[in-house]
Write a protein of this length. Structure first.
Length: 245
C-alpha cells in the first residue's frame, strides 16, 4: 500500500524526490516546506537535507510493491520538473509508472515550461495524469504549455486560488481542482472566483472538484459550495472514476 494521503483528490503519495524552491506567489506558504522541516527535526532520513531538492533512487521501485490498484500523487513533497532534477531521473520515474500499470499516477508541476520542453523526451503511458498549478492570472500561461503534453488526462490545480481566473481556455483540459490556501498565514479566497470557475467548467463540460475553502482551520471551513460537495473526476475509456469524499 502507498503512503495514505489526506489530500481529497488522491489516495496515496509517492516521493522519489523531495525538496523544492519557490517560483511564484502560490509558493509563499508552502505546506511541503513546513512538513519537510518538521520531518527533518524528527530525524526522518529522507529529510536530512530539509527542503533542498534531493533524489531518492531507493524509493523508485515502491509502487511496484503496492499490489492494490490506487491513485497516487507523485512528488507531493517536490516538483518533478524542477530544474535540479535530471531528465535521466525523470525518465526512471516514468518507467516505473509504466511498469506499475495497475495504478493511476497524478503529477503536478508549476514548472510548465520545463514540462513542455521535456515532454517529447518522455513516454506517456495511459495511467499517467499530468497537471499544472495556476494560482492567479499571471500563471494562466501554464495551461497552454500543458495543453501540448500527450498525457491521457490533463488537469489544473487552482490552489491556492489567490485571484480571479476569468475566461480560461479549457480546451483539451480534462479536470479542474479548486481550493483555498490553508495553514498559517492563509490568504482568503473569494467565493465569486470559485463560482465563476465552476461556471466555466460547466460551460466547457469539464469535471469540477472543489477541494476546500481553506483558512487557518480548513476542517472548520469545509468543502461545501452551493450547499453541496463537488468531487467530480475525469473520465477514462468512457467510464467515470469514483469520486472521493
Amino acid at each position: 500500500m502507498g503512503v495514505k494521503s489526506s489530500i481529497e483528490w488522491t489516495e496515496s503519495t509517492w516521493n522519489p524526490v523531495t525538496g523544492c524552491t519557490k517560483i511564484s506567489e502560490g509558493c509563499s506558504h508552502c505546506y511541503a516546506e513546513r512538513m519537510a522541516r518538521r520531518l527533518k527535526a524528527m530525524g526522518q532520513m529522507n529529510y536530512v537535507n530539509g527542503f533542498k531538492v534531493t533524489l531518492h533512487p531507493q524509493a523508485l521501485n515502491l509502487p511496484l510493491k503496492w499490489k492494490k490498484p490506487q491513485t497516487i500523487f507523485v512528488n507531493s513533497m517536490s516538483d518533478l520538473f524542477h530544474k535540479d532534477i535530471p531528465l535521466s531521473f525523470i525518465r526512471k520515474v516514468f518507467d516505473i509508472m509504466e511498469q506499475a500499470h495497475w495504478h493511476t499516477f497524478q503529477i503536478l508541476t508549476k514548472r510548465a515550461e520545463r514540462l513542455s520542453e521535456l515532454a517529447s523526451s518522455l513516454n506517456w503511458p495511459d495511467n499517467v495524469w499530468m497537471g499544472v498549478t495556476v494560482e492567479n492570472i499571471s500563471c494562466v500561461k501554464r495551461i497552454d504549455y500543458l495543453r501540448n503534453v500527450r498525457a491521457a488526462v490533463r488537469f489544473l490545480s487552482l490552489e491556492p486560488l489567490l485571484g480571479p481566473l476569468p475566461n480560461m481556455d479549457l480546451s483539451c483540459i480534462d479536470w479542474v481542482i479548486v481550493g483555498g490556501e490553508s495553514g498559517p498565514g492563509a490568504r482568503l479566497m473569494d467565493e465569486k472566483w470559485v463560482l465563476d470557475i465552476h461556471q466555466q467548467c460547466r460551460k466547457a463540460d469539464v469535471p469540477f472538484f472543489f477541494k476546500q475553502w481553506g483558512g487557518v482551520n480548513k476542517k472548520k471551513t469545509g468543502r461545501l459550495l452551493n450547499g453541496r460537495i463537488y468531487s467530480e473526476m475525469p473520465e477514462k475509456d468512457g467510464f467515470p472514476f469514483t469520486a472521493y469524499g
